[in-house]
Design a binder for this molecule. Structure first.
Ligand SMILES: *Cc1c(COP(=O)(O)O)cnc(C)c1O
Length: 363
């Protein structure tokens, strides 16, 4: 049996008539940048995400960069973020000229540990970027109160957390802004690059829009980072289905949890009270990770390691002089983490097969 990590073809085959029609309408309309389709997607995504404003941009990395620039982050500033994330979280801080300052993660949720943040705040600190890793939200209430106490901006990296919830809070409600990616494999994915920024602050939304469309008529700098009309039309179709897909992912996670319970060599993702983990990935921590991954590959099961090197240990950040002992939890996680196949169309038979292969490996 073959079990891929994710299967975008089977998702497309379910929604093919709707997608084809939406794309066809854009092609016939002759409007390929902006227009009503983009506006409708922006307001639809904002509404479904319980935030007031959505500014669509070219990709999730640009969303972070535009947010940082719009908030005035610059050379000489420091921005605090988590040790465990995709490189974009740190690279966009560096792109502004500011310095990323990394904080270790919580052992249960793998998100930034709020209790370790204040020790890293200096008079240069301007902002915090929590990452809602794997679909699990960081502790926004604690992070927001730290930001308020120290007068810092909060930029949520929500690239993996469309429609995640924790303590009734969703991305973009407590932070100044939240940045989303619609990269094809994300829980809401385009058929190409796409992203957006959401915020409840109208002035900030307008500033982000201005920066993402060449700046303000030559009066201020900007870049060109827009959502294509075709991608907006595709996302608009998928927006109608995304909640059902997420519920299926949650169902698959519960089945994995149940079937993996007796396997003492691994730990399933924590289920946190009052939170909706949307399972962008189903990432376990396990013994003999690399051997297990190779074994599963030989059995036709594709897995992934998110992420093989924590951000402070990337060679690009060698000059910051971080060591693995500075991030004991994130470093252990780096060695043990493994993401199992996860997508809405996954079947019970496939999940049982994956779990049986894991059991066979440890036996
Ligand atoms: C995917 C991702 C990004 C970047 O999104 P792109 O659309 O690929 O630029 C940023 N941060 C995190 C945590 C991500 O997972």
């Amino acid at each position: 049996m073959q079990v891929p990590l994710i299967d975008l073809k089977s998702q497309y085959s379910q929604i093919k008539p709707e997608i084809n029609q939406a794309v066809q309408e854009v092609l016939s309309g002759g409007n390929f940048i902006g227009g009503s389709v983009v506006k409708e997607f922006e307001s639809g995504f904002a509404k479904q995400s319980n935030v007031k404003h959505c500014v669509s941009v070219g990709n999730g990395t640009d969303a972070l960069y535009i947010a940082l620039e719009t908030l005035g982050i610059k050379e000489g500033d420091e921005v605090i973020t988590t040790a465990t994330s995709w490189i974009s979280t740190a690279f966009t801080i560096s792109q502004t000229g500011a310095t990323p300052v990394f904080v270790d993660i919580e052992p249960n949720t793998y998100t930034i540990d709020p209790s370790l943040i204040e020790a890293k705040i200096t008079n240069r600190t301007k902002a915090i970027i929590p990452v809602h890793l794997y679909g699990q939200m960081a502790d926004m209430k604690d992070i927001k109160s730290i930001c308020d106490r120290h007068n810092l901006y909060c930029i949520e990296d929500a690239a993996q957390a469309h429609f995640s919830v924790k303590d009734d809070v969703t991305p973009g409600q407590l932070g100044d802004v939240a940045a989303f990616s619609f990269y094809p494999t994300k829980n809401l994915g385009a058929y190409g690059d796409a992203g957006c920024i959401v915020t409840n602050d109208e002035v900030l939304a307008e500033k982000c829009r201005s920066f993402s469309t060449y700046g303000d008529k030559g009066n201020s700098f900007g870049i060109n980072s827009r959502l294509d009309t075709i991608q907006a039309a595709i996302l608009q179709v998928k927006l109608k289905h995304v909640d059902e897909w997420i519920e299926k992912r949650i169902g698959h996670a519960r089945l994995y949890d149940k079937l993996l319970k007796e396997v003492v060599q691994l730990v399933s993702p924590s289920v946190i009270e009052n939170s909706r983990h949307t399972y962008y990935t189903y990432s376990i921590r396990c013994e003999d990770r690399d051997d297990l991954q190779a074994y599963l590959k030989a059995k036709g099961v594709t897995t992934a390691v998110h992420y093989a090197t924590i951000l402070p240990l990337l060679s690009t950040y060698e000059s910051l002089n971080y060591a693995s002992v500075d991030f004991p939890v994130a470093y252990k996680h780096q060695q043990e983490t493994l993401s199992l196949p996860m997508y809405a169309e996954l079947t019970v038979v496939q999940i049982e097969y994956v779990v049986n292969c894991i059991r066979d490996f440890y036996n």
